[in-house]
Design a protein around this ligand. Sequence first.
Ligand code: KG4
Ligand code: ZN
Length: 344
Amino acid sequence: MNEPNVKILGIESSCDDTCAAVISGTTLLSNVVAGQQVHHDYGGVVPELASRAHQQNIVPVVDAALKKAGIKKEEIDAIALTRGPGLMGSLLVGVSFAKALSIGLNKPLIEVNHMQAHILSHFIQTPSELYNPPSFPFLCLTVSGGHTQIVLVKDYFDMVILGQTLDDAAGEAFDKAAKIITLPYPGGPLVDKFAKDGDPKAFTFPTPHIAGLDFSFSGLKTSFLYLVRDGKLANANFVEEHKNDLCASFQYRVVSILMDKITKASQETGVKEIAIAGGVAANSGLRKALSEAAANYNWKVYIPKMQYCTDNAAMIAITGYFKFLKKDFAGIDLVPKARFEFTR
Ligand code: KG4
Ligand code: ZN
C-alpha cells in the first residue's frame, strides 16, 4: 500500500540534535537539523545542556521544516516523534512538544523507536534521486554513538537483533579515542578526517575475540589509551607528531571489527543485501570497506547519504509514514523511554 499524499511531521530530540522533517508518502519535503555546539569542550553530551538547547531550538526547527516543505501545519496528517532510546531530558522536549501540537491540531501521534528509524532511513525518497531501497530480508549494521547492532530486517517492523556491543558503541569508541588525543566532541568525524592522511598500519591494536555476532570496543579503547600514554612519556609531542597515524590505525581496527562481524552475519544467514546506518555509517573508512566487500562477496550494499546517517528527523518521519499505513497511533499518555528495545 502506498499513500503518496499522506504528510507526516517527524520530530527527533533523543540526544544533542534538534530535528524536524516533513515527508509526503515516502518523499522527503524538508529535513532540518540544529546541532548543539555547547558540548564541544566537554568530551561528550552534557544531558542538562542538551535538554535546555532542545527547548530553545524546537519551535524554530519545526517552523523551518514546515516552511521548507511549503505546507501549513494544518495540512499534516500525523506527528511522528522519537520515544526513545535516548537521554530522558532530551526526549521529554520532543515528546512534550509533539503532544501539545497533536492536541492543538487534533492530529494523531505516532511513536518511533530511534534505532528502528536509523534502519528505515534507507526508504527515504527524494524527488531528484533514483529510488533504490534494500529488499527484505536485509542485514543492517547500525553504528551510532549509543548503539552497535547487527539487525536482520525481515520487514519494516519485523526486525531481529543478531548481535550487539557488550560495552562501548562504535561511535563512543571513536569519541573516546578522540578525547584521549584532545580532539573536541564529537570526535568521530575528526578521527575520520585525520585518518585520511595517516598510515592505518602504523600502530597495531589487538582484535577482540568475542563469540557470535556481538562486539566489544572497550579493550581497543584501553590499548589506545596506553599507547598514547606511553608515547607521551617518551616524547611530549607524540600526539601532535603522530596524529594522522594514530587516527588511521584506530579507525582501521574499528572498521575491521565491524566488517568481520557483518561478514560473519552474511555467511550465517545467507543474506547478501547489506545496509549500514547510524552516525558511524558516515565514516569514510567503513564506507570504503563495505564497497570493497560488496565486490568480493557479491553483496548488494546500501550506504545512506551523509545527512541520513547522523541523527535526523527524516528517518522519524519515514518510520511514522509506515506506521500511519498500519494505523499504528500512540495515545496522548505516551511517555519517553530512555531504554527502548524494538524487537518483536
Ligand atoms: O547516530 P548519531 O548521530 O547519534 C546517535 O544516535 O548516537 O551518531 C553519532 C556518533 C558519534 O559518536 C559520532 O562521533 C559518530 O557518530 N560519527 C562518526 C563519523 N560521523 C559521526 N564516527 C566516525 N566517523 C565519522 N565520519
Ligand atoms: Zn542516532
